[in-house]
Design a protein around this ligand. Structure first.
Ligand code: NAD
Ligand code: WQD
Length: 337
């Protein structure tokens, strides 16, 4: 199949492009490179033995998006492009709504104009907000607690309305839990700009000597050791979930929503200790105040993805952090170095 991957130069996008190429698909990447580097795609080509076609286009450039779709005529889209920092979204809400929501509208218009009606969308477990019940099933109502999360809710709502209006659309909404790790080669991985917001990239920078210690945000949660518990998922398992979801909706039609998580929760200190084992050294940390907006525990019920797609995460927490460390130690300054 000819597949357009928006945001394909980014972290999850680049890993997915690699799996698509390996599976024999023809891949076109569009990305404005605002949070990524084309070097990720050079390395994907090296690993796959073939290249994805690349176009530097901005989601907000509506005529440019139309032209791109008319020129490339993909049969399906995997839509990763967008902004993802929770804190930044509170400071720049209009920028987040514009990029994520208006950008997705431009994409859908461009798709419709060439009769491309199959899309897999990167949603997030963050749409669940702070529900009491665990694990999180797809049936729980969306109640995002951040501007970033609400942009994901708006896009999901838009896609639900679109599917209801026209049954020829095939749509997968994928709610990811906490993506970590890297391709086993250590050639591609997560390369955050500035200070990492997320736990594992931060720990990796402590391990490689770019940061002095980890701040652990709170140790008084009702969890195994008082620190926050999350469902970490290996990025290659996540990429594989996209191929299976695309295949399913392309064959069966309609709109479907799936959680992509492992179903297991690990605390901050458990992740830190797993990383220490992977890198073979002790990593300093300090307990600081809770981070506003954080929930105590979040983990998936991934049984729908297993039942419908035959998908389940294959890589455990030790593999996740070992692969993340392999990427970080080989690329201490990310793609720049
Ligand atoms: P990323 O920042 O590495 O990738 C996003 C890509 O989109 C980047 O390459 C960036 O340059 C591109 N982009 C941003 N704005 C653009 C625009 N206006 N036009 C064109 N391209 C643009 O992020 P990621 O971690 O790979 O996340 C991919 C998707 O998955 C995002 O939609 C994100 O919200 C979602 N998601 C991520 C996580 C996570 O923790 N990483 C969790 C759940 C959902
Ligand atoms: C994990 C745990 C922190 C950093 C975020 C987004 C979510 C999704 C994934 C996109 C928590 C603790 C963290 C640090 C710490 N992204 N922590 N010290 O908050 O579950 O989810 O990324 O959709 O929308 O909100 O992930 O990696 O930031 O935090 O102690 O320096 O690690 O408190 O318990 P989170 P995270």
């Amino acid at each position: 199949m000819k597949i357009m991957v928006t945001g394909g130069a980014g972290y999850i996008g680049s890993h997915t492009v690699l799996e698509l190429l390996k599976a024999g698909h023809e891949v076109v990447v569009m990305d404005n490179l605002s949070n990524s580097s084309e070097e990720s795609l050079n390395r994907v080509a090296e690993l796959a033995g073939k290249k994805a076609e690349f176009h530097k286009v901005d989601l907000l450039d509506a005529p440019g998006m139309k032209e791109l779709f008319e020129q490339t005529r993909p049969e399906a889209v995997i839509h990763f492009a967008g902004l993802k920092a929770v804190g930044e979204s509170a400071e720049k809400p209009l920028w987040y709504y514009k990029t994520n929501v208006a950008g997705t509208l431009n994409l859908l218009d461009a798709m419709e104009a060439v009769d491309c009606k199959t899309i897999v969308f990167s949603s997030s477990a963050t749409v669940y907000g702070e529900p009491e019940e665990m694990p999180l099933t797809e049936k729980i109502n969306m109640d995002a607690q951040s501007c970033y999360g609400r942009t994901k809710e708006h896009i999901e709502d838009m896609l639900v309305d679109l599917a209801a209006s026209d049954s020829s659309w095939n749509i997968a909404l994928l709610r990811y839990f906490n993506p970590v790790g890297a391709h086993e080669s250590g050639r591609i991985g997560e390369d955050p700009s500035g200070i990492p917001n997320n736990l594992v990239p931060f720990i990796a920078q402590v391990a490689v000597g770019r940061r002095e210690y980890l701040n652990v945000f709170g140790n008084d949660y009702p969890t195994v050791d008082g620190t926050g518990v999350r469902d970490y998922i290996h990025v290659v398992d996540l990429a594989d979930g996209h191929l299976k979801a695309l295949d399913f909706v392309a064959k069966n039609g309609g709109l479907r929503t799936w959680n992509l998580g492992t179903g297991n929760g690990y605390s901050v200190l458990e992740v830190l200790h797993a990383f220490e084992k992977a890198c073979g050294k002790e990593l300093p940390y300090k307990i600081v105040d809770r981070r506003p907006g954080d929930v105590a525990v979040s983990y998936a019920d991934p049984s729908s993805a297993l039942a419908d797609l035959g998908w389940s995460a294959q890589r455990d927490i030790d593999t996740m952090v070992a692969d993340h460390w392999n990427w970080q130690k080989n690329n201490p300054n990310g793609y720049e170095g």
